[in-house]
Design a protein around this ligand. Structure first.
Ligand code: K1U
Ligand code: ZN
Length: 170
């Protein structure tokens, strides 16, 4: 397994719309293994393939708490089937927008359909952090970042700071 570089905003590659995957095969499972390793190393709780420069509809996630055994989850070609009318606010972060956390409002629950690590079709009801995280990751597949849910002023302030931080590191 390989730890890959995570792309950070405002890199235009994060704006790409990810393509559906034709087949869950060993090559795709290698990509998912690399993504999980990259996510654990970051550390984070979710990662979309486009964040490592691969615009395919693939997401990995692990919401296990510290001290609990790992609980990796894999979502290929995920679709949202329904969302609740009730919304919740969660303070979100993003490995592609390092060191910024802001409140984002999203549906509290959703039902999704996806292919799993074996390529089996699955449906799942999501609530709590799982619902927030899957919606955040599915936004990545459409080229949307959590900062796109914020005001234009807040977003441009964050992007300015990110560009400055990148310049200082270069
Ligand atoms: O970049 C990403 O898409 C991953 C992101 C997922 C996420 C976090 C919070 C709300 C919605 C989606 C992260 O993992 S940010 C880092 C983070 O939340 C975290 C890091 C270490 C321990 C616990 C959480
Ligand atoms: Zn993110």
């Amino acid at each position: 397994m390989t730890i890959r570089e995570i792309i950070t905003a405002p890199d235009p590659r994060l704006k790409q719309v990810s393509r559906p995957v034709a087949k869950v095969d060993d090559e795709l499972r290698r990509l998912m293994d690399d993504m999980l390793e990259t996510m654990y190393a970051a550390p984070g709780i979710g990662l979309a393939a486009v964040q490592i420069g691969v615009p395919k509809q693939v997401i990995v996630m692990d919401l296990a708490h510290e001290g609990e055994p790992p609980a990796p989850r894999y979502f290929v070609n995920p679709e949202i089937l329904s969302t609740s009318d009730e919304h919740v606010v969660y303070e979100e972060g993003c490995l592609s927008v390092p060191e910024f956390y802001e409140d984002v409002e999203r549906p509290a629950e959703c039902r999704i359909r996806f292919l799993d690590y074996q390529g089996e079709i699955r449906e799942m009801d999501c609530d709590g952090l799982l619902a927030t995280c899957i919606q955040h990751e599915m936004d990545h597949l459409k080229g949307v970042l959590f900062i796109d849910h914020l005001s234009k002023l807040k977003r441009s302030m964050m992007l300015k700071k990110l560009v400055k931080a990148k310049k200082e590191l270069a």
